[in-house]
Ligand binder design. Structure first.
Ligand SMILES: Cc1ncc(C[n+]2csc(CCOP(=O)(O)OP(=O)(O)O)c2C)c(N)n1
Length: 192
């Protein structure tokens, strides 16, 4: 299974949600499907996409927040899973694309490559009740639908191939994306 395939399956569902991605391949694959003002690509701050998602979810309970993360990034902020479990926002779905690689910076193996580290087990051990580990598009789709309907914190660990986009490049620098995303959040809040 490829991450781009999963993101494409998810894309129609993302129109009315707030979406935070890590930098690099995940961000590019989402951007390539068509940028929307409710997408925030967290450049540089590896590991903190779930923390940004948690803050958004806690402060905007009427929004549904989706975080698109990577194994390498999650490994840099394992405590983030425990913090998610503790605050348990009902409106947060944390999707971890586990490609066993730090793909966006050259494809170095991560701790999950040889099956040493099990991120789904860590998420469960952190206290997150709804954790799905999937490795096929059908299972990913089912897990995503269940999570979006659940009304509780959910984590999906999706095993994917270590492949990314052919080309990188976004016509949207981090500050511009951040300002526009914030404005989008404010406008959605005002419209409710
Ligand atoms: C604190 C920090 N360290 C290192 C980097 C450089 N860096 C950017 S993306 C990346 C790899 C991310 O790996 P992963 O989360 O598994 O996602 P993938 O690239 O495999 O999609 C690294 C090491 C960074 N941006 N921030």
């Amino acid at each position: 299974m490829e991450r781009a395939q999963c993101i494409a399956m998810l894309y129609p569902e993302l129109e009315d949600k707030l979406v935070v991605t890590i930098m690099g391949a995940s961000a590019q694959e989402l951007y390539d499907l068509g940028h929307r003002e409710n997408f925030f690509y967290l450049q540089h701050a590896m590991g903190l996409a779930s923390s940004i998602g948690l803050g958004l979810a806690l402060h905007l309970p009427e929004e549904q927040v989706i975080v698109l993360d990577g194994d390498g990034s999650v490994l840099m902020n394992l405590g983030g899973l425990a913090t998610l479990a503790r605050y348990r926002p009902k409106n947060l779905l944390h999707i971890i694309f586990d490609n066993g690689s730090l793909l966006s910076t050259g494809g170095f193996d991560s701790h999950t490559t040889a099956g040493i580290t099990d991120l789904a087990a860590i998420a469960r051990g952190a206290g997150i009740e709804h954790v799905a580990a999937v490795d096929s598009p059908m299972d990913f789709g089912e897990a995503a639908v269940e999570a979006l309907e659940r009304d509780d914190l959910s984590v999906i660990v999706a095993k994917v191939k270590a492949v990314g986009p052919d080309n990188y490049g976004m016509d949207l620098a981090l500050p511009e994306n951040a300002f526009r995303f914030k404005r989008c959040v404010q406008e959605r809040k005002a419209a409710r």
